[in-house]
Write a protein of this length. Sequence first.
Length: 119
Amino acid sequence: MAEHDLSENQLIGSRIREARLSRWMSQADLAAKANISLPHISNIENGKASMKLESFIRIIEVLQVSADSLLRPDVPEVRSLYQSEFDELLADCSPKELDSILKIVRELKSTMAKRDDTI
């Protein structure tokens, strides 16, 4: 399903899930650290529930992400933040490591595009 076909709650929920998974965190971990019930975290991630601002703030604090990255990742300033983060991550890599990372990213991007085409 294309991102433009999803509701705002679904989009934000899926971005929360992506941020959580990128930190190797379970829903139970996020729920406990943000002091939000596990079923509510699940409903938020699935776009079945909205959340209060207070809950949203606790979630972004636990995940250590900016609100912008969850609300509007297509804003140029947010893309710039992503670019800066990539630059920091790659700064101390050797040429061999950079080549390997580039191959992995290309494959991941290809896989994601194929998955999007089948949805």
